[in-house]
Design a protein around this ligand. Structure first.
Ligand code: 5RP
Length: 218
């Protein structure tokens, strides 16, 4: 089974969590794209979607699914998104696609966060995948110095701007033993918009695609 087939399998499993009449929070990335494609089968039953990126919004509209403004929907019953790394505690690293801030907003506004990954994303400790940090452009050097002082090696994501017009520093070399604490610490650096740790608001359910089927961790 290929990695992409495992991603498709978890997307199929995730749609089972969606009920008719719901507005669905939708993440970003290749696994979320598979979810969007499967969700399209329910487009007559759901009330629309809130997207965590312009790319996902475009894909949703392409399937004829109405994209709603989070300010008009109130809390969402569900958010479905992928991750770059996940632990058995349902702590995540996200933001490989650069959509971490909007992903964090939609996750925070949702009752249930169903995270969909293939088995290559499962780790004992977060940190092998460089931690994305979204930064206001004028603060780039300052934030990089602080992150270096914290033991990381921040690298500017060249030629990339987020949907919010900001830059991303990918922080290498962190072995993250306390993700809840580190998430707060990085968020408190002046100029940081958000970081890719999802530990204060972890996933509620992790669907893991493996060659022998989809495993559910909650
Ligand atoms: C985007 C994300 C994605 O969820 C993460 O990068 C995983 O992507 P993929 O499903 O393509 O492996 O956080 O900002």
């Amino acid at each position: 089974m290929t990695q992409d087939e495992m991603k498709k399998a978890v997307a199929e499993a995730a749609v089972e969590f969606v009920q008719g009449g719901w507005v669905v929070g939708v993440g970003t990335g290749s696994t979320a794209n598979h979810f969007i494609d499967v969700l399209a089968r329910m487009k007559g039953k759901i009330d629309g979607a809130v997207a965590s990126s312009e790319a996902s919004a475009e894909r949703l509209r392409g399937h004829g699914i109405e994209v709603l403004d989070l300010n008009s929907t109130g809390p969402l019953p569900i958010y479905v998104d992928g991750a770059d790394e996940a632990t058995r505690h349902l702590h995540l690293t996200k933001g490989g696609g650069g959509a971490l801030t909007r992903e964090k907003i939609v996750a925070a506004a949702s009752d249930q966060f169903v995270c969909v990954i293939d088995e290559t994303k499962q780790v004992d400790y977060l940190g092998a995948f460089p931690l994305p940090v979204e930064v206001i452009p004028m603060a780039r050097s300052h934030v990089a110095r602080v992150l270096t002082g914290m033991g990381g090696n921040p690298v500017l994501r060249e030629g990339f701007r987020t949907d919010n017009g900001n830059v991303i520093l990918d922080v290498h070399g962190l072995r993250i033993m306390n993700p809840v604490e580190l998430e707060s610490e990085i968020d408190h650096i002046a100029g940081v918009v958000s970081n890719g740790l999802f530990a204060r608001r972890p996933a509620n359910v992790l669907l893991v695609g493996t060659p022998s089927g989809v495993q559910t961790i909650s």
